[in-house]
Design a protein around this ligand. Structure first.
Ligand code: HPA
Length: 250
């Protein structure tokens, strides 16, 4: 159980804790919706700054869901605290992204193998050169297998994590596409760096909400359908992870 916590932004409600595996959407109200829709017996564990976190169960295994906020500074703050102060072993980001390639269409589910970034965060780790923000292979393999098992078509590859939603360079999307990035979003590199630094596991599973190639964007109904597919893949991955560590000292 947690002792006196050094945490700045997570304060556990009495008698609660995060599970070993936490799903993280950007929007804290999305976290609440996920808890209500997919988890059984979900209990609120944090509401500091309204960044709601819930712990419940899915198919009998303990799973948490918590908002991350937008961008790497917000994401890494919460991920750091969960990994380093609350014994969380794996974080799975569930979010949206903009497609950078014609073969990645709106509604598709993307699993991020690695994340390039224009953020200076990778350069801040005290090694020579820069760290390559990379997914946990265990989680990646399990997510791909889960997706195949439930018939969800996923695209797996590198993504681009941007510090900008509104990038001042009008050519940026074309330049980023040239290196094979499947899509752009704003958090994955932060998750992968934080997980690698903590010796823990991170994976980003994303739905394509808009295409920067065609200009197409998802309708509200389509958004829900592809969101459900992403959530099923993420939840299956989470419970497989729980099973893989069960027997540990919790
Ligand atoms: N840019 C950054 N993040 C995003 C986008 C985008 O176009 N679409 C969804 N998340």
């Amino acid at each position: 159980m947690q002792k006196e916590s050094p945490s700045a932004c997570i304060k556990l409600k009495e008698g609660t804790r995060p599970a070993k595996v936490v799903l993280m959407p950007g929007d804290p109200l999305r976290a609440k919706t996920i808890a209500n829709r997919y988890l059984e017996d979900a209990v609120l564990f944090n509401d500091v700054r309204n960044m709601f976190g819930f712990t419940g169960s899915y198919k009998g295994r303990e799973v948490s869901v918590m908002g991350s906020g937008m961008g790497m500074p917000s994401f890494t703050l919460y991920a750091y605290e969960l990994f380093n102060f609350f014994d969380v072993e794996a974080i799975i980001r569930v979010g949206s992204c903009g497609s950078l390639r014609s073969e990645v269409r709106v509604r598709d589910v993307v699993i991020a193998m690695s994340a390039s970034t224009n953020s200076s965060m990778p350069a801040c780790y005290p090694i020579q050169g820069t760290i390559a923000p990379t997914a946990s292979f265990d989680l990646l393999e399990s997510a791909v297998a889960s997706a195949r098992g439930i018939g969800v078509n996923v695209k797996v590859g590198p993504v681009f994590t941007s510090d900008f939603f509104y990038n001042p360079d009008p050519e940026i999307n074309k330049k980023t596409m040239n290196y094979g990035h499947l899509c752009v979003e704003m958090e994955t590199a932060g998750l992968y760096l934080t997980a690698m630094n903590a010796g823990k596991r991170g994976l980003s599973i994303l739905t394509v909400s808009d295409s920067l190639v065609t200009g197409e964007a998802l309708s509200v109904e389509d958004r829900q359908e592809s969101f459900d597919e992403m959530m099923k893949v993420a939840l299956e991955t989470a419970i497989q992870f729980q099973d893989s560590i069960s027997g540990s000292d919790r």
